[in-house]
Design a protein around this ligand. Structure first.
Ligand code: PGA
Length: 259
């Protein structure tokens, strides 16, 4: 695969917070988001879904925070699922955060993807405009896939990509099948913010837990900055913090010490 970043491109060392267990890492990330919400007027948050951030959202919702000035943009949404489908990302966010903290539909945004036949490319551009009109994202939450994806930017995604329709890889369909009755029900397409959209955020927080993420974490922190591991592009951003448990860090530390 071609390198997308020349050797002269400036890269940054992220902050890495490692806790013994995932709950500690979730709490550390929730602390950062709480601080940001409390100190930023018209705070704009970028949010992620998946198994990883559940404790994070629970802990954030337990804080004594005012969300009335907060606007949120989620990274992605499946194509073809209705808003109120139990596995839509809007449903996930309602359950895990929005209903708990009183964030209503006017404050929360998702790329629109209810119909595979609607003009989804225009929807992508519209989402980018909405984010820009809100003043950009102050703090973006991310998870990471076992293959190094961020949002639905799978290996091969361009560093310059923006919100667009993407096809899920087989490994992502496999990973997400646990949320559906069976694998056939997992949508094959999603609409997702791109790498460039994510790198526009002023600050980024990445959560990764468990041994199954350790190879992707290692590649992101220490491997080449290229499309083979989309999360490696985060090293092009000057303000990224990784919140890890020991298991997610294990092989990355080993790789570093062997490098
Ligand atoms: P997970 O997904 O939290 O369900 O592991 C993370 C991701 O794919 O970004």
């Amino acid at each position: 695969m071609n390198r997308l970043v020349s050797p002269n491109t400036e890269t940054f060392s992220p902050q890495v917070v490692v806790k013994d267990v995932s709950l500690g890492a979730s709490a550390a990330a929730a602390d950062r988001f709480a601080e940001k919400i409390a100190t930023t007027s018209d705070c704009v948050l970028g949010l992620a879904t998946g198994g990883t951030p559940r404790d994070f959202y629970r802990l954030l919702a337990e804080r004594d925070l005012c969300f009335s000035g907060v606007t949120t943009f989620n990274l992605d949404e499946y194509v073809g699922l209705a808003h109120d489908h139990p596995q839509s990302y809007r449903s996930y966010m309602r359950t895990h955060l929005f209903e708990k903290v009183g964030l209503d539909d006017r404050q929360t945004h998702f790329p629109v993807a209810t119909s595979p036949t609607s003009d989804l490319q225009l929807a992508g551009a519209a989402y980018e405009k909405e984010i820009a009109a809100a003043g950009g994202i102050d703090l973006q939450l991310l998870g990471i896939g076992r293959n190094g994806h961020i949002a639905f930017n799978e290996p091969g995604a361009s560093r310059t990509s923006r919100t667009r329709v993407v096809h899920l890889t087989e490994s992502t369909i496999d990973a997400n099948a646990r949320f559906f009755d069976n694998r056939d029900q997992v949508p094959r397409q999603a609409i997702s913010m791109g790498i460039a959209s994510i790198l526009d955020a002023k600050e980024i927080a990445v959560l990764a837990f468990g041994k199954q993420k350790s190879a992707a974490v290692a590649a992101s922190l220490h491997g080449p900055v290229d499309a083979s591991c989309p999360a490696s592009f985060l090293r092009l951003h000057p303000n990224v913090t990784w919140y890890l448990d020991r298991d997610a860090m294990t092989s990355s530390s080993t790789e570093k010490s062997n490098a």
